[in-house]
Write a protein that binds this ligand. Structure first.
Ligand code: 5AD
Ligand code: SF4
Length: 473
């Protein structure tokens, strides 16, 4: 009998990929996706712990299932991902009707655990070891990357895919829970990555985004040879059909010249670099234990600009980190002003139990102050993003058409006639334009006639064939 699965995913690209993998794995075992939660036999929440708000939302969603589970005790409810790893038994105490708790390093066990619950064996939990719970090799083994065979129907689009090259993180920024939930940094063997990329290319995938928490720190040593991200990019660019290669997220200190040269020299590499700086104050960066100064970051940004002048650089910022003064914030503001980021993601500091930040420093910036700093920085970045986009006015860009724009989806515009579509430029700018749905999945030229902070507006370029046209003045 077919069983139906419903999965809700929050958080980063890593979570999106984990969900894709879990769904593909369960489909191989006869599951089908249910359109909504009520129609499902198994309900999974793939969770995030980076900020408290994400956790609160998950617990509220679970809370809403309390009476549902009373009415349907046979339905299986599971919590997977970072919050499962971080909270473990606490998930069962806060939501006793949850059947499964599975950390991100144990996803391969989900089918067996579902079966165990189904056979009346009670609640099941599979989590990895903590960072000090034993010998390093054992801790590493307990965090397994889960990359079974890919299923193109499970991706948001069949012509784009994430490809994991690394799991975990060893940077231990003091605010961040990720090194605890996703364990030690481990690079996947290059042979595995290349084999997976070939499968993706055979499936018609045109754009591959390599993902890792600090993707440019990727290293894999075997047979006396160390492979770096730049080496991977050269090998991947030889795979026919893959027209775009991206990678996220970068760690500023590991933005080495070999990598910048690969991005400059390989036509498939998108000139798009997400390199979060987090703060413009050296005092704050030191407390965050980011391992670089503002001067180091500026030097790196200078190298990017000198090597790949047309690259779009984006950043993340945390405002209101412990002890952040108005003067510290002003330095962040100035850094945004001078850096010409295409875009920045701005977050209010959220204290995470289990991190060094929570242990060592008081979360002492009042909420209203965090809010104000967040808004001021966002307002500045939006203004700069719009200015940055203006360079595209009247220009032609190559866009990979991803699908209907949000507006078209909202309106319920349908296939057949011209609808509002959206796509992305190689440097990750969103373009919306009117076009035939058959363009979805193609890379096409568009002429840009208007811009906003986060969107370019384009029109399909139709080449004129036939006798010359008189030019209109
Ligand atoms: N509070 C707020 N933002 C955080 N981030 C990571 N940890 C926290 C936290 N505790 C932000 C960082 C990171 C992005 C993915 O999330 O800016 O780059
Ligand atoms: Fe978290 Fe820092 Fe690792 Fe990024 S580099 S995942 S912010 S610890």
């Amino acid at each position: 009998m077919t069983r139906r699965l419903y999965i809700e995913t929050v958080g980063c690209q890593m979570n999106v990929l984990d969900s894709e993998m879990v769904v593909a794995d369960l489909r191989k075992r006869g599951y089908e996706l249910a359109a909504d939660l009520a129609a499902a036999d198994v309900i999974l929440f793939n969770t995030c712990s980076v900020r408290e708000q994400a956790e609160n939302k998950t617990y509220s969603a679970l809370g809403r299932l309390r009476s549902f589970k009373q009415r349907h005790p046979e339905k299986i409810i599971g919590v997977m991902g970072c919050m499962a790893q971080k909270d473990q038994q606490l998930v069962f105490s806060r939501a006793p009707y949850v059947d499964l708790v599975v950390g991100p390093g144990q996803l391969a066990r989900i089918p067996d655990l579902i079966e165990a619950v189904g056979h009346g064996k009670g609640r099941q939990m599979a989590v990895s070891l903590g960072r000090t719970d034993g010998p390093v090799a054992e801790i590493r083994r307990s965090h397994e990357t889960f990359d079974p065979l890919r299923d193109p129907t499970m991706r948001p689009t069949p012509f784009q895919a994430y490809l994991r090259i690394q799991i975990g993180c060893d940077k231990f920024c003091t605010y961040c829970i990720v090194p605890m939930t996703r364990g030690p940094e481990q690079g996947r063997p290059p042979e595995q990555i290349l084999a997976e990329a070939r499968v993706l290319a055979d499936q018609g995938c045109k754009e591959i985004t390599l993902i890792g928490q600090t993707v440019n720190s990727y290293k894999h040593a075997s047979g006396g040879r160390t492979t770096r991200l730049s080496d991977l990019l050269y090998s991947l660019s030889e795979i026919g059909g893959v027209q775009r290669l991206k990678f996220v997220t970068n760690y500023p200190k590991d933005m080495t010249d070999d990598l910048l040269h690969a991005v400059r020299d390989l036509p498939q590499c998108s000139p798009y670099l997400h390199v979060p700086v987090q703060s413009g104050s050296n005092a704050v960066l030191a407390r965050m234990k980011r391992g670089y100064t503002v001067e180091d970051y500026r030097e790196m940004l200078g190298r990017i600009r000198a090597t790949i002048p047309h690259a779009a650089v984006t950043s993340d910022f945390i405002v209101g980190f412990c002890g952040e003064t108005e003067a510290d914030f002003q330095q962040t503001y100035e850094l945004v002003k001078e850096s010409r980021f295409k875009n920045s993601f701005i977050f209010k500091y959220s204290e995470r139990p289990g991190t060094k930040g929570a242990e060592l420093y008081a979360d002492d910036v009042p909420f209203e102050v965090k809010n104000r700093r967040n808004n001021e920085l966002l307002e500045l970045q939006n203004r700069l993003s719009e200015q940055d986009n203006q360079q595209f006015l009247g220009r032609r860009v190559e866009v990979l058409v991803e699908g209907a724009s949000d507006r078209a989806k909202h309106r319920g515009e349908d296939a057949g006639e011209s609808v509002q579509l959206m796509g992305r430029t190689p440097d990750d700018r969103i373009v919306v334009f009117d076009g035939q749905p058959r363009l979805i999945g193609q890379i096409i030229p568009l002429a840009i006639y208007d811009v906003a902070a986060h969107t370019l507006f384009g029109a399909v370029v139709t080449e004129h064939v036939g006798p010359p046209l008189s030019v209109l003045a």
